[in-house]
Write a protein that binds this ligand. Structure first.
Ligand code: NAD
Length: 268
């Protein structure tokens, strides 16, 4: 029997809030590919829900609290990983936050505090988590984050989150440069819209889910399974030559210069 792609790999997953979370889909794919995983949860409010989900991975699956705005939480997580696993190969960063009002109003009205918080949670956290994980990646590793096209082009209401995703994507490249010499790869998956808790906070999100299939070459939205598959590829030796990349899993939406549905309907 051929060994599974991630057999023997130890990983940690940040960003499971519900069974709709992208992190949950990726964790299941990594588990199915043979990885052993630890999880974190943001706070008491979602603890019970995440505990319930993680229990399905087996009773000995580590679960640690981690609010990524707290340095002491991050330090404790990696001390626990050291104790429980001894080393690490994979990190999934699948988290973001911006205050709801910053995703409803116009970008020009973004407050200093909303800008700071969005960047702290959604971009700086990748730097802090990578710094915590790298010393444990003694056999090399693969770190990945989730991004969105709003980092590059204007998406109505995505506002400060788009600016934070641009910072996240630039951080991916700088971290990839720093860690390449240790054979630790850092990449991001830029996902098409998926109906999750975080996505529902973006005003107009349902409209976006309708527009993507009209404009995307594949004429549909993506499935969570496809994010799991790509994340498994990026976690595995199959992608050993890839680092610092932003990989689109968006049914091709980003290659189009315009939505061709109204273009084709127009008579002149
Ligand atoms: N859903 C989409 O359409 C979509 C598209 C592209 C990219 N993404 C990105 O995917 C990632 C996961 O989002 P999702 O859509 O699965 O939503 P989700 O709500 O399931 O996940 C967001 C996660 O962020 C965590 N989080 C927020 N603030 C935190 C903090 N201070 N400390 C620790 N964790 C914190 C939440 O607990 C939650 O687990 C995010 O980076 C998001 O921007 C989502």
């Amino acid at each position: 029997m051929t060994p599974k792609l991630l057999e023997g790999k130890l990983g940690i997953v940040f960003g499971v809030a519900s069974n709709r979370s992208i992190a949950w889909a990726i964790a299941q794919a990594w588990r199915d590919a043979g990885a052993k995983l630890a999880f974190t949860y943001q706070g008491e409010r979602i603890k019970e829900n995440v505990e319930g989900l993680v229990a399905s991975f087996g009773k000995d699956t580590p679960l640690y609290p981690c609010d990524v705005t707290r340095d002491e939480d991050i330090a404790a997580v990696f001390a626990n990983v050291q104790r429980d696993f001894g080393k690490l190969h994979l990190v999934l960063h699948s988290l973001a936050f911006a205050p709801r009002e910053a995703l409803e109003d116009e970008f020009i009205n973004t407050s200093r505090e909303a800008f700071r918080l969005a960047h702290d949670v959604s971009a700086y956290s990748l730097v802090a988590l990578t710094r915590g994980a790298a010393p444990l990646m003694t056999e090399g590793g693969s770190i990945m984050a989730l991004s969105f096209y709003g980092s590059e082009k204007v998406v109505p209401h995505y506002n400060v989150m788009g600016v934070a995703k641009a910072s996240l994507e630039a951080s991916v490249r700088y971290l990839a440069f720093d860690l390449g010499k240790k054979n630790i790869r850092v990449n991001a998956i830029s996902a098409g819209p998926v109906n999750t808790l975080a996505a529902r906070g973006i005003s107009g999100f349902t409209k976006m889910m309708r527009i993507y299939p009209e404009a995307a070459p594949l004429k549909r939205n993506i499935e969570l399974r496809e994010l799991g598959d790509t994340a498994t590829f990026l976690a595995s030796e199959m992608s050993s030559g890839i680092t610092g990349e932003i990989m689109y899993v968006d049914a091709g939406y980003n290659i189009m210069a315009m939505n061709v549905a109204p273009f084709e309907k127009a008579t002149q």
